[in-house]
Design a protein around this ligand. Sequence first.
Ligand code: 5RP
Length: 226
Amino acid sequence: MTINPKQLSGERAAEYVEDGMVIGLGTGSTAFFAIQKLGQRIAEGLDICGIPTSEQSRVQAESENIPLIDFGKVTRIDLTIDGADEFDPNFNLIKGGGGALLREKIVASLSDREIIVADESKTVAHLGAFPLPVEVIPFGWQAIQRLLADLGCHPALRNAQDNTPFVTDNGNYIIDCDFGRIDNPPALEAKINALCGVVECGLFIGLTDRIIIGKTDGTIEERILE
Ligand code: 5RP
């Protein structure tokens, strides 16, 4: 049987979920396995509520009969399980490859704990091999793209499969910004988020305390923030 490293990490993360918790449900092909496992555990009696980070994860959670809740009813999330596009040794992340970075970052910032699930390909020494997704307001996106270029990147508007602009769950656009190696993620995050028209960028700093890495040899590595 072929080993799926994403399945290994996603399912391991679901083991950290306990009765009574409010769980942030991440987005992507790795978080998918955590949500699937939570659905199985709920069928066996686990009692939790979930807050999805995208329409995609909402649809999956509903199909798994995971009860959903919103911020009108809770102020904190006990634990969020989400994927990442890259992570460095300091637990800085790039997220947003799936276009869900804004809701993912809101949910992460309101979570007591965030577990990142990934395969080995997401491990990097320095962020920046993966172009940084930046969610922007559609109005004036060309001007915002020029301001992003002035920060030292090669920006590209993300397109959907039909070659029209990709539209996020929030009705915004994504500009993927190739900065090359990012030496100072917090400073770059501050500069990008200060631009008028930028809604949020995919740098996640200080939001993660555990990373679970599934490997092709069937083992799992867990990294905990010291
Ligand atoms: C979506 C994300 C995803 O978590 C990230 O792209 C990783 O996805 P996958 O697990 O499919 O590799 O940030 O916005």
